[in-house]
Design a protein around this ligand. Structure first.
Ligand code: NAP
Length: 503
């Protein structure tokens, strides 16, 4: 787990990864680690064992102010003066440095949020790919010339938005941080990150790796802390020009409203309760595989999980029988054991998921499998993969995001009925269609109210494919070149030409 990039903070994080609880000097401003100005800390917990992993600085408004000021200085310092080619090279160096720390980052992620080690390793690879994709675009984004007629020259430049704030959730801590940080840096912006209180460790490691990889001080700053304190201060800070928030609808509304007060540009990547429609002509094995991946990957803690299975009545029982059989083969275990599912991230999330399960039963849903703590796992925030049938579309389990390994099945008889069920909620993140009929698939893709529609698979996409929600699932798009545009603003430059007598 050692590497040539190691520093004092990385050493501390490595010790955390090998089982000792430490106080991590965890606010990262202008290339240096420090404690919160208040001196306060909070604990981050290993959800597999319920033990304290580390004590982390509880940053507040004063720390956010220092971070935003450092980011502003870096914007007008070496980073702002760097050519796009040099920015590209700096980000490629950072990508290599992250790769050099892949094992440590994966282990920290697993300890902090519970996911199996190989899933964490995949997240690290995804973060590196995101950085490389965006680094490649650093010197390829440009303006246009605008035809105003013979008396003028008019053109646009794409200029960095400025200091950007990144507020991230706990389900893919490194992945979500990099999804917005990489395009912001590629665009020439500087950043202040506020990781979720449950999972700050890989974001801290990232900032330290960036420092040792030569990213200038102040370009990447991290303020650990609570949402209502550090997150709210970042959202309100006058030096911050844009906020990218990934999290719940409820908090997204607050962040959107607060950011509006200081007229920030805002990207909101929020929750979903995503429908997968399975038609009778679908390849059932593929549909079941997609439903298993979509429903239970990351223990169901995925904004784009396939939590609503809308299945044609004639095949519903056969589909559910295969789904339950597959779900019952999945092994739930501590993340370090690297099995199929880890625990939920926190006691609070465990309580919320168990509440949803109890509400589903009270509302008449039939438990086909799960709904319990897996036998033999007495410690840790574990819930077995759960499948409900006979779910009332008006019930809580049908309408609210559970964010756990819980899927609900609904029956339909006609395509119109399936689309109506799918579109019935205020969410609009992802939707999917399983059918061998391409005309029907594309008609459904047109009619489904979602930012992304997946046909005959789930989690289809990559760093090049834009993602984001409509309706209550958010506003703005990340990934792809659309993601970089969040961090660029258009400057128009017009020149009035001297009239010349050509006669
Ligand atoms: P959350 O409770 O909304 O928190 C998200 C982030 O916002 C955390 O860093 C949180 O800080 C911070 N926060 C809380 N209150 C705040 C405030 N008043 N001002 C500013 N920041 C504040 O969401 P979560 O429970 O961490 O994450 C799960 C949610 O994220 C789910 O709804 C999921 O669907 C969504 N999500 C969406 C996407 C997407 O791409 N659409 C991707 C991943 C997750 P603390 O944690 O420190 O309180």
């Amino acid at each position: 787990m050692s590497s040539s990039w190691s520093s004092a903070v990385m050493t501390t994080l490595m010790e955390v990864a090998t089982g000792e609880a430490h106080t991590v000097p965890s606010i990262h401003i202008a290339g240096a680690e420090r404690a919160a100005q208040s001196g306060e800390t909070f604990a981050t917990i290993d959800p597999s064992s319920e033990k304290i992993l580390a004590h982390v600085a509880r940053g507040g408004a004063a720390d956010v102010d220092a971070a935003a000021t450092a980011a502003r200085e870096a914007l007008h310092g070496p980073w702002g003066r760097m050519s796009p080619q040099d920015r590209h090279a700096a980000l490629m160096t950072l990508a290599a440095a992250i790769e050099g720390h892949a094992e440590l980052l994966a282990r920290l992620e697993t300890l902090d949020c519970g996911k199996p080690l190989s899933a964490s390793a995949g997240d690290v690879r995804g973060a590196v790919a995101t950085l490389r994709y965006n680094a490649g675009a650093a010197d390829k984004m440009h303006g246009i010339s605008v035809p105003l007629g013979p008396d003028f020259v008019d053109f646009t430049e794409l200029v960095p938005l400025g200091v950007t704030g990144h507020i991230t959730p706990w389900n893919f801590p490194l992945g979500m941080a990099m999804r917005s940080l990489a395009p912001a840096l590629a665009a020439g912006c500087t950043a202040v990150l506020k990781p979720a209180e449950q999972t700050p460790l890989t974001t801290l490691a990232l900032a330290d790796i960036a420092r040792t990889a030569g990213i200038p001080p102040g370009v990447i700053n991290v303020v650990t802390g609570l949402g209502e304190e550090a997150g709210a201060a970042l959202t309100a800070h006058p030096l911050v020009s844009g906020i990218t928030f990934t999290g719940s609808v409820e908090t997204g509304r607050i962040v959107g409203a607060e950011a509006g007060r200081t007229l920030k540009s805002v990207v909101l990547e929020l929750g979903g309760k995503n429908p997968m429609i399975v038609f009778a002509d679908a390849d059932l094995d593929r549909a079941v595989a997609a439903a298993i991946e979509g429903g239970f990957d990351n223990t169901g803690q995925v904004c784009s999980s396939s939590s609503r299975l809308i299945v044609e009545r004639s095949i519903k029982d056969a589909f559910l029988e295969r789904l339950v059989a597959r779900a019952e083969t999945l092994v739930t275990a501590p993340g370090v054991d690297d099995r199929d599912l880890g625990p939920l991230v926190s006691a609070e999330q465990h309580g919320k998921v168990m509440d949803h399960i109890a509400a589903a039963r009270a509302d008449g849903a039939r438990t086909l499998t799960g709904g319990i703590r897996p036998p033999g796992l007495d410690k840790g925030y574990f819930v077995a993969p759960t499948v409900f049938d006979a779910v009332d579309p008006q019930s809580r389990i049908a309408r609210e995001e559970t964010f756990g390994p819980v899927v609900s099945a609904f029956a339909f008889d006609t395509e119109e009925e399936a689309i109506a069920l799918a579109n019935a909620l205020p969410f609009g993140l992802n939707a999917g269609v399983m059918t061998r009929d391409i005309d029907r698939a594309l008609a459904c893709a047109r009619d489904l109210e979602a930012g992304s529609v997946w046909i005959n698979g789930w989690f289809i996409g990559g760093v090049q494919a834009p993602t984001g929600g409509i309706k209550d699932s958010g506003t703005g798009r990340e990934r792809g070149l659309a993601g970089i545009m969040n961090y660029l603003t258009i400057k128009n430059i017009g020149i009035a030409l001297q009239k010349r007598d050509t006669g």
